[in-house]
Design a protein around this ligand. Structure first.
Ligand code: SF4
Length: 73
């Protein structure tokens, strides 16, 4: 049998949240850059999105591991 995830499960979720989530300041900085970007748009369901990666802006600005396809942040 193949072990698909050898990494142990996190034991302290509050610590993992700090590592994964952007700070409010980081999120705000990303949002401001996205809002002034040519790739920023609002879809028919009123979700704000990025044309460069088709991601929801809310996800892009929330998680540290997300990357801007234009390297603006
Ligand atoms: S993630 Fe980058 S490319 Fe996409 S809208 Fe934001 S600044 Fe623009």
């Amino acid at each position: 049998m193949i072990d698909m995830n050898p990494t142990p499960a996190p034991t302290e979720p509050e610590v993992d949240d700090i590592i994964i989530n952007c700070t409010p300041e980081e999120s705000q900085q990303r949002l401001e850059k996205c809002q002034s970007c040519v790739n920023f748009y609002t879809d028919e369901d009123t979700h704000t999105k990025c044309r460069g990666c088709d991601c929801n802006i809310s996800m892009l600005i929330s998680f540290k591991f997300k990357e801007c396809p234009l390297n603006k942040w």
